[in-house]
Ligand binder design. Structure first.
Ligand code: NAP
Length: 487
């Protein structure tokens, strides 16, 4: 076990570590170690579900579905509202828990707690706004009624990079809509979701509505659930590769599916932009969550006339960041999540440098214990560098230049991904024209962040389909039923 401080050990020790099925906590024979990426030490062990446990979790969700769908919308909303209040009241401890299992800097963890909780407040307000329609058929003899009903039992699979928010933006609308669910968090960061289950129980969520399973046999536990006719909806956040295989599996039962997948965000700075503002935005778009975000700026496309000033400014800011254990005072960035991620970031930087890119700052691992990598700026990155094609998922900013708007848009769209783009310009006409031509589900225009619980988050192309958040977020959990009424 690890050398956590007294309060850290208390926060970790308070988390239930079993499977949460049908309102009870269940132990398993085997267990999964949870590691602190700053120290590479085990800080907790959690239950390891078998495929039979997975079946039990789905059965609990199925058994609870009818009763939950019939619950008053106001009651569903108030459970979410109470959960938002409970999360907010213990934001510091939740943030610390997340930092310990994920590594992220405490300030990023605090921001995630606020962001993640906000999905509950937003959807507590949406729960009572689910409406239908009444209209007169064109021939006049029939009335057309529509009602919106919960899709049914859902399966949610979430990644490690935002252990709270990637869960709440599925769990929130599902609760609001009247769906039951099984949640499978990432094996490296299960503690936050287990704690969230406890909070939802305290907020009054009935048994069986939410079930949480942690497992090291992910494929073997998940696939039978996806192929099970009782499941009605799958929502996945994670890599494009896993998402694609889940979509294939989901075809068997023709499931409703939402896919929030990988990104390769371009950050485009035009020559008329306010360079200081673009640098501020670049730091957010690149370094929020230490660069481990699907929305992270992956390629900086900068007009050739300002590229050198931009690279110098970015190198100064990136080089000035304090990297350390996430819970250390003043840490701007923590370690990467695990050894394979550190290896991949190292490989991508070495590949770019080997092909002639300039390393303006960083470009190396920091220390030998923990998965720390120096914030890095690369300029004059050649077009064939792997870093321009692959998701970096780390604190590395590669810069390439362009000469014309057409060149910028072509380069921005030259990727199979389409989650988000960032555009900096003060020319309104250029802004509108460029936004209309970008093939991404979201655009940050003169800002380096798009995530907002009141907005529809989601991508196009290999970044997936479906939207989370905003009024659109609840649509993913509702079916429209139409009744033709003959007069
Ligand atoms: P990942 O490897 O795809 O894992 C995501 C989740 O899928 C984890 O819970 C994982 O479980 C599970 N999983 C892995 N293999 C599976 C299988 N064969 N069947 C079913 N589930 C399986 O992705 P990650 O590395 O954790 O997350 C990073 C990726 O997520 C990046 O590509 C990032 O862009 C994307 N992401 C997208 C969004 C978005 O909203 N678009 C948001 C955040 C992250 P285990 O932990 O047990 O492997």
């Amino acid at each position: 076990m690890s050398a956590l401080t007294g309060h850290e050990a208390e926060v970790v020790g308070a988390v239930p570590t079993g499977l949460f099925i049908g309102g009870s906590w269940r132990d398993t024979e085997g267990s999964i170690d949870v590691e602190d990426p700053s120290t590479e030490e085990t800080i907790a062990t959690v239950a390891d579900a078998s495929p039979a446990d997975g079946q039990d979790a789905l059965a609990a969700a199925v058994a609870a579905q009818e009763g939950w769908a019939a619950t008053e919308p106001r009651q569903r909303g108030e459970i979410l509202r109470r959960a938002w209040e409970l999360i907010t009241a213990q934001a510091d401890d939740l943030a610390l828990l997340m930092t310990l299992e994920n590594g992220k800097a405490l300030k990023d963890a605090r921001a995630e707690v606020a962001y993640g909780a906000e999905f509950f407040r937003w959807f507590s307000e949406e729960a009572v706004r689910i409406s239908g329609r009444w209209s007169v058929a064109p021939a006049g003899d029939t009335r057309l009624l529509t009602m919106r009903q919960p899709v049914g039992p859902c399966l949610f699979i979430t990644p490690w990079n935002f252990p709270l928010a990637m869960g709440t933006r599925k769990v929130g609308p599902a609760i609001a809509a009247g769906c039951t669910m099984v949640v499978k968090p990432a094996r490296s960061t299960p503690l936050t979701m287990l704690r969230l289950a406890e909070i939802l129980v305290e907020a009054g969520l009935p048994d069986g509505v939410l079930n949480v399973i942690t497992t090291s046999s992910t494929g073997k536990v998940v696939e039978p659930l996806v192929r099970d006719g009782r499941l009605r909806k799958l929502s996945f956040t994670g890599s494009t590769e896993v998402g694609r295989s889940l979509v294939e599996q989901s075809a068997e039962q023709l499931l409703r599916v939402s896919m929030e997948l990988g990104g390769n965000a371009p950050f485009v700075v035009f020559e008329d932009a306010d360079v200081e503002a673009a640098l501020d935005g670049a730091m957010v778009a690149k370094m929020r969550n230490g660069g481990e975000a699907c929305t992270a700026a992956n390629r900086f496309l900068v007009h050739e006339s300002i590229a050198d000033a931009f690279a110098a400014g970015l190198a100064e800011r990136m080089g000035g960041l304090k990297v350390g254990r996430g819970s250390e005072d003043g840490a701007d960035a923590g370690p990467l999540v695990d050894a394979p991620t550190l290896e991949k970031v190292t490989e991508l930087v070495d590949d770019a440098a080997g092909r002639g890119a300039g390393v303006r700052t960083g470009g190396r691992r920091l220390g030998e214990r923990g998965y720390f990598y120096a914030p890095t700026v690369l300029d004059q990155v050649p077009v064939d560098a792997r870093i321009l094609q692959e998701e970096v998922f780390g604190p590395v900013a590669p810069i390439v230049t362009f000469a014309t708007d057409d060149e910028a848009v072509t380069a921005a769209n030259d990727t199979p991904f389409g989650l988000v783009s960032y555009v900096y310009t003060n020319d309104l006409t250029r802004a509108v024209r460029v936004c209309e031509r970008l093939d991404t589900g979201m655009i940050g225009l003169n800002q380096g962040i798009v995530s907002n619980p009141a907005a529809p988050f989601g991508g196009v192309k290999h970044s997936g389909f479906g939207r989370e958040g905003g009024p659109e977020g609840i649509d993913e959990y509702l079916e429209t039923k139409y009744i033709g009424l003959k007069l």
